[in-house]
Design a protein around this ligand. Structure first.
Ligand SMILES: Nc1c(C(=O)O)ncn1[C@@H]1O[C@H](COP(=O)(O)O)[C@@H](O)[C@H]1O
Length: 171
């Protein structure tokens, strides 16, 4: 049996209802063999738990925190307020306002408290995971090599698509 990788990334979500919309984060991390923990906690509903998690994250060995929330999405900002770790904000799509609410409340941080906000839906969850991998790659040559290979394969994939497309135009 292969050993479980050390937990380096914390995935937080404001509600368990977010998980089906954001589990692409976990899939991206798994693709690169990056260890993570995932929790439901809320800046609004369980503020003390969020504070405790964020203030102890460094000593527990986390390197990056991804915080996903929908609507009045304050989770990423509050986590960023309580830690020196890089925080990736993931705005969750909402039925009411399409996630514009989540996006604006995640991305519009005041100066001195950065949150790297990803897209709503689309590639947002996957990109959050990949961005965490890129951050970890800075101090992990093996992971950096894996990420470079991923980029090469991406180029191969798209050039193959273009070749096929050109063929279809020539017909
Ligand atoms: N935006 C936040 C925060 C927060 O920012 O701390 N906590 C919960 N929520 C969001 O409320 C939405 C509805 O939650 P419920 O489905 O539990 O009612 C979710 O998208 C969650 O992320």
């Amino acid at each position: 049996m292969s050993e479980k990788p050390a937990v380096k990334v914390g995935i937080l979500m404001g509600s368990d209802s977010d998980w089906p919309k954001i589990n692409g984060v976990a899939k991206a991390l798994e693709e690169f063999g990056v260890g993570y923990e995932a929790h439901v906690m809320s800046a609004h509903r369980t503020p003390h738990i969020v504070g405790e998690f964020a203030t102890t994250a460094v000593e527990r060995g986390l390197k990056v925190i991804i915080a996903a929330a929908g609507g009045a999405a304050h989770l990423a900002g509050v986590v960023a307020a309580h830690t020196t770790l890089p925080v990736i904000g993931l705005p969750v799509p909402t039925p009411e306002l399409g996630g514009l609410d989540s996006l604006l409340s995640t991305v519009q941080m005041p100066g001195d408290v950065p949150v790297a906000s990803m897209a709503v839906g689309m590639g947002g969850p996957r990109n959050a995971g990949l961005f965490a991998v890129q951050i970890l790659s800075l101090s992990d040559p093996e992971l950096a090599a894996k990420f470079a290979e991923f980029k090469t394969k991406l180029v191969d994939k798209i050039t193959a698509k273009d070749a096929k497309f050109q063929e279809s135009l020539a017909k």
